[in-house]
Design a binder for this molecule. Structure first.
Ligand SMILES: [Fe+2]
Length: 558
């Protein structure tokens, strides 16, 4: 069905005004990424305002979970699969509050071919100490492509839970299935979506698009659960304590135990609306130097996330390609820290319309274009943070809207180099969207939303794990956004969940799943919300009526 363009439903000013009137108890993921609470003012610092509930009315704020001090209290994890290698991760809890902390801990590991661990394929030992927060990270090599393995650790007389991971395939591949997700503010509730992803045995990997942690203190963003530490995190010790708290959540531990992650960071792994030289939620001086905070944030990220470490700098090179045979390349980007110029609210005058304006930085951008030019895989997945699709009447300076020349360079490269089957995967905005990506969605001669003629790629946007979407008055406008934007096919602005992306040679299909109320620990609901697919060669979304059925031959969960 073709869609008719019409005048914008909201101007930005009207949007902000409406939103401010609508609620004093919510946030607007669309206007500033993840801004502070409305009652703190749109541009206020983050540690302001009373506790807030978005979902379940006034609920008591819950204290941090009791510590167990088990040796592997923070679980195990794997990530960045190659055809012959995978990262394995764990952390040893070195003692209780009353026991002395050892200087070094030896950790043994083994990787087996079956769940029973009767055939050990690789094993070894490593040491860890306080200099890396007692985390352990291994790059296990010599593995077979497209193979599921199981693994475990031993230290201090204890054995870890059994983990499960999977290498990338090579050559011809029939089918791939990825879960993708983002935005897991612990202060807003419980990780139902991670729990649901953990139960799906047929996923090749989880693409985590960032906001894995949030930096706020208890007076900041979200009021259902207390953070550790209670204050906004600034130092290395603070960031480590926050990762540790998140990793004690059972559903997050479980999803890491069952699936390899391909993780990139968004802004909240450092501070809200961060860029290469600072952040909206960083006050230079009063909160120390940005370079020191960035160094602390990136060290903790390196220590705690199962990523392959590509360099030693505090900008933390996260842009990397992971190949999945002839079917797919995952091209992961950093649109936050690496090369992003500062955000500007002014979307008319310089610097926003500077033709050299950078979101990725020249080196990362050149690398992206090289990946697009040289990829021989069917599907080119660009895993990144902020929304690329433009929404008429709803421009967002935090997103690619604020970097129009950079967006144009990406789309023109796809067009000029004849790159087909590019899928942009996006997080950050705590809501669900699906776009065709033509150069100019308003140009009726150049782009036809009925046939997809003129579309250069598609974009799929995941809802949040827990972080809140839009207040109801804006959320109700989701349907008008779809009506008023020719290249936008789906928008749902309030629900939490995740997306499953199923790839075959013939088509790519995204299935959105929503979970129940994240403010309630025992809400087990899950529902299929929408499905959109693009045929190979089409770069054009078409609605699918049902989710792709799970694979019948999935290796058993650990
Ligand atoms: Fe977020």
């Amino acid at each position: 069905m073709s869609k008719r363009p019409s005048p914008p439903a909201f101007t930005r000013r009207a949007f902000l005004h409406t939103a401010a009137l609508a609620t004093s108890a919510s946030v607007l993921p669309g206007c500033d990424g993840d801004p502070p609470p409305m009652d703190a003012g749109l541009d206020a610092g983050s540690d302001a305002g009373p506790p807030i509930e978005e979902d379940a009315g006034i609920l008591e704020r819950l204290p941090p979970r009791e510590r167990t001090y088990e040796t592997f209290e923070h679980g195990i994890a794997s990530g960045d699969p190659l055809t012959d290698a995978v990262i394995l991760w764990t952390r040893v809890t070195p003692g209780t509050p009353t026991a002395p902390v050892p200087e070094r801990v030896e950790v043994e590991w083994e990787l087996g071919a079956e769940r029973a661990m009767s055939t050990i394929v690789a094993s070894g030992a490593a040491t860890t100490d306080a200099s890396r927060d007692f985390t352990v990270k291994l790059d296990v090599t010599g593995l077979s492509p497209g193979t599921t393995y199981y693994y475990r650790f031993r230290a201090l007389g204890a054995t870890s839970p059994l983990g499960r991971t999977r290498t990338a395939p090579e050559g011809a591949v029939d089918r791939l299935r990825f879960g993708f997700c983002s935005c897991a503010s612990l202060a807003h509730g419980f990780y139902h979506a991670y729990g649901k992803l953990a139960q799906r045995a047929d996923l090749d990997a989880i693409l985590h698009l960032g906001d894995y942690i949030y930096e706020y203190g208890n007076a900041g963003y979200g009021g259902r659960r207390e953070h550790l530490p209670a204050h906004e995190i600034l130092s290395l010790a603070d960031y480590r304590e926050r990762y540790a708290q998140y990793r004690r959540e059972p559903e997050l531990r479980e999803v890491h135990r069952q699936h390899p992650f391909i993780a990139i960071w968004d802004d909240h792994e450092t501070a809200n609306n961060s860029w290469s030289g600072g952040a909206e939620n960083h006050t230079e001086g009063a909160e120390g130097r940005w370079v020191d905070r960035l160094a602390a944030a990136s060290q903790a990220y390196r220590e705690w996330m199962p990523i392959r470490e590509l360099d030693a700098g505090e900008r933390l090179r996260l842009w990397r390609k992971l190949g999945y045979g002839a079917l797919c390349d995952v091209i992961a980007l950093d649109t936050r820290i690496w090369g992003r110029e500062e955000e500007t609210e002014n979307l008319v005058d310089p610097p926003v319309n500077d033709p050299d304006r950078q979101l990725l930085g020249a080196d990362q951008e050149a690398w992206l274009f090289e990946q697009l030019r040289t990829s021989t895989a069917r599907w080119k997945l660009i895993a990144q943070q902020v929304m690329m699709g433009a929404v008429s009447g709803f421009p967002n300076p935090d997103q690619w809207d604020g970097y129009p020349a950079a967006r144009r360079r990406v789309l023109e490269t796809i067009r000029d180099e004849g790159v087909s089957d590019v899928i942009v995967l996006t997080g950050d905005i705590h809501s669900s969207w699906a776009f065709d990506l033509p150069l100019d969605p308003t140009d009726e001669a150049a782009y036809d939303p009925a046939s997809g003629r003129g579309s250069l790629a598609v974009e799929l946007v995941t809802p949040a794990i827990t972080s809140p979407g839009f207040p109801p008055v804006i959320a109700r406008a989701g349907a008008s956004f779809v009506r008023n934007n020719r290249s936008l096919f789906f928008a749902e602005l309030t629900r939490r969940g995740f997306v499953i992306l199923d790839l075959t040679e013939a088509r790519a299909q995204a299935d959105w799943f929503f979970v129940g109320d994240v403010a309630l620990e025992d809400d087990d609901a899950e529902e299929h919300a929408a499905s959109w697919a693009t045929a190979a060669g089409a770069s054009h979304l078409v609605e699918a009526l049902a989710p792709v059925p799970p694979r019948p031959d999935a290796p058993p969960l650990a």
